[in-house]
Design a protein around this ligand. Structure first.
Ligand code: SAH
Ligand code: SF4
Length: 349
């Protein structure tokens, strides 16, 4: 075999692995065996793949490397939410969250180390962008967590990063997790949450009609939205709504809009009215999230204000609910995920 750079084996779809093995004159059926070991059984080296010959194990070892995701800490919240901190091969760290509920078990995954979108209310955004995750690093989060918690029903891209800013790797990870030789998770179990990268939403609508979409709105007025979400300076609400309508038409799926309520900023009657006008006639659901105060200047409204806001939407034919808080005591709630500090890693400064 010619000397070449090693490939990250966890990052390959079954089709790609088959293609590479074929090129290297290895029987095609071996690809499914290897893929199963990695993505179904969570094995992360060739030596434990008991049904393949030694020569093939040596070949795998020379041709590929395995994704590194080392568990650093695991914190369990009072409400059962679990936050995992993983270290990657270059020392970067990411967080993932397991949310067990009565009727479903959700994993919230990261798609990037940090985030380049700079939303002012978000801990991930405030820390800046480090790098994209590979599809191997994305799918490995779910494989490791589901190895210790059966019955995963949903995967949401609501951890660190903007998934549509790492579009190819996110969709590749979904393909890997969807593969029947791997985790075999149905496409409808996935939801991608985005701050609103309009061209990528068009692309998503054109390329799939199964994956769920959540759009982080947070304000129904361009100027307000711009003041907390830089992406709103790039794409207006009119453009964002146009692509949301396109997505609904193409996929026949309901869109979720996330709206973080910030006291005195976006929780008034005029805000609720603007939101109703913006979303009228769209097949959608609004998820109201009392803001998690990662920045001191943002406070959540009082409970009755949040409820009144929701009632106004519902009375005006916009389905809405208030997201129940999960894992706040371990900083695992929306917008609280970030890279590890030395303290998290138990290192001396
Ligand atoms: N980048 C994507 C997905 C990750 S953030 C996005 O922005 O949609 C997941 C959700 O948490 C988004 O709706 C985001 O707006 C929200 N969020 C971020 N910071 C928050 C905070 N401090 N309080 C409540 N929700 C927050
Ligand atoms: Fe990035 Fe989403 Fe946080 Fe905005 S809210 S900075 S897009 S992770």
């Amino acid at each position: 075999m010619q000397k070449m750079d090693k490939l990250e084996i966890n990052n390959l779809t079954l089709g790609e692995l088959q293609g590479i093995l074929q090129q290297d004159q290895i029987p095609r059926f071996r690809a499914a065996q290897i893929f199963r070991w990695i993505h179904k059984n969570g094995v992360n080296n060739p030596w434990e793949m008991t049904n393949i010959p030694q020569t093939l194990k040596n070949y795998i070892n020379e041709r590929f490397y395995f994704t590194v995701l080392e568990l650093v800490t695991k914190q369990v919240s009072r409400d059962g939410t679990v936050k995992y901190l993983f270290r990657l091969n270059d020392g970067c760290t990411i967080e993932s969250v397991l949310i067990p509920e009565q009727t479903r078990v959700t994993i919230c995954v990261s798609s990037q180390v940090g985030c380049a979108m700079g939303c002012t209310f978000c801990a991930t955004g405030s820390a800046g962008f480090e790098r994209d995750l590979t599809a191997g690093e994305i799918s490995r989060q779910i494989e490791l967590i589901s190895a210790e918690s059966d019955g995963i029903t949903n995967v949401v891209f609501m951890g660190m990063g903007e998934p549509l800013h790492n579009y190819r790797s996110v969709l590749r990870a979904v393909e890997i997790m969807n593969c029947s030789e791997g985790m075999n998770l149905g496409l409808r179990r996935f939801t991608i949450s985005t701050c609103g990268i309009v061209p990528r939403i068009y692309q998503l609508a054109d390329e799939n009609d199964q994956i769920g979409l959540a759009v982080s709105l947070h304000a129904a007025d361009d100027a307000k939205r711009k003041s907390i979400m830089p992406i709103a300076g790039r794409y207006s609400l009119a453009e964002l709504m146009a692509v949301c309508r396109y997505y609904c038409d193409q996929t026949k799926r309901r869109i979720t809009f996330e709206y973080a309520l910030i006291q005195g900023f976006n929780n008034g009657l005029s805000d609720a009215k603007a939101l109703v006008e913006l979303l009228a006639g769209l097949n959608c659901h609004v998820n109201l999230i009392p803001i998690n105060p990662v920045q001191v200047q943002y406070k959540r409204p009082r409970q009755h204000v949040t409820r009144e806001f929701m009632n106004y939407l519902v009375q005006h034919q916009i389905p809405a609910s208030i997201r129940r808080e999960r894992g706040t005591d371990i900083d695992a709630a929306c917008g609280q995920l970030k890279q590890a500090t030395r303290e998290d890693l138990n290192e001396d400064s």
